[in-house]
Design a protein around this ligand. Structure first.
Ligand SMILES: [Fe+2]
Length: 253
């Protein structure tokens, strides 16, 4: 029943209707990206990282809280690896005279290792206590709610990365509604609005926006291609509509 809602529109990659200029960017802080070179599936080298960061600066961003993947099966990044990577990035930016603030947090995959880190309080947060987390795109984790509860029970604020991208969400009202009741915040990818991740993600992002359930917006930047697409997404009228309906809190971080 709900699935038909997601299929009702055919187009996915829309052309910008608003002429984009950096001074129109309604947020200056990005809270989700993969800019530290060589530690996940984001930027492969320093040169690409600098290009991505300069590009974000040109779009109007002034602060970047970058969030490498932490995933037991693929990206076993320690908090120290991430901190050191961010420091090297800051030094390289200084040398090039690029003035943009870089902070580091992480995008945690909900797995056993994450729960162990929670127990040890070895967690990199966005701000004082926000924990960005993700799940598989295809299968809802077993005991999902219990794991989310663990995040809150330890005094952190759970922030679900790109809720619109999980293909297992077939009944958005129930699924997202339950997480909202549990106090989970949502971070939608700006490129979802432009259709970068396909029609279903675009429609779920819009649905969340119409509900007023978007708390944060992220670039989730990994590649130069995504940077180019981001410029288009920022020019879409629906981006500005969503920002006007949803109290986006990026700049409070
Ligand atoms: Fe990400």
């Amino acid at each position: 029943m709900i699935r038909s809602f997601f299929r009702r529109k055919k187009t996915q990659r829309e052309e910008p209707v608003v002429e984009y200029t950096p001074d129109r960017l309604p947020l200056s802080t990005d809270i989700h990206s993969h800019l530290i070179p060589g530690i996940d599936d984001g930027s492969p080298d320093l040169e690409t990282s600098l290009k991505l960061i300069e590009g974000l600066g040109a779009l109007g961003y002034r602060r970047l809280i970058t969030t490498p993947h932490v995933m037991a099966d693929s990206y076993r990044n320690s908090s120290e690896t991430i901190r050191q990577g961010a420091e090297k990035l800051r030094e390289a930016l200084d040398q090039k005279g690029i003035s943009i603030e870089i902070k580091a947090a992480a995008e945690y995959y909900l797995d056993e290792e994450f729960l162990r880190r929670l127990e040890r309080e070895d967690i990199l947060t966005i701000g004082d206590r926000m924990v960005l987390f993700e799940t598989s795109y295809y299968n809802e984790p077993l005991s999902f709610e219990k794991q989310v509860y663990e995040i809150s029970a330890r005094g952190y604020q759970p922030l679900l990365a790109h809720p619109e991208r999980y293909r297992y969400v077939e009944d958005p009202e129930t699924f997202y509604g339950r997480l909202r009741e549990m106090g989970v915040s949502f971070q939608v990818n700006i490129n979802s609005l432009g259709g970068y991740y396909g029609r279903e993600a675009a429609q779920k992002a819009l649905w969340l926006g119409e509900k007023g359930w978007i708390d944060y917006l992220g670039s989730d930047l990994h590649t130069v291609k995504q940077l180019e697409f981001l410029e288009k997404s920022l020019g879409l009228e629906k981006f500005y509509q969503l920002v006007s309906i949803n109290p986006i809190k990026n700049d409070k971080m």
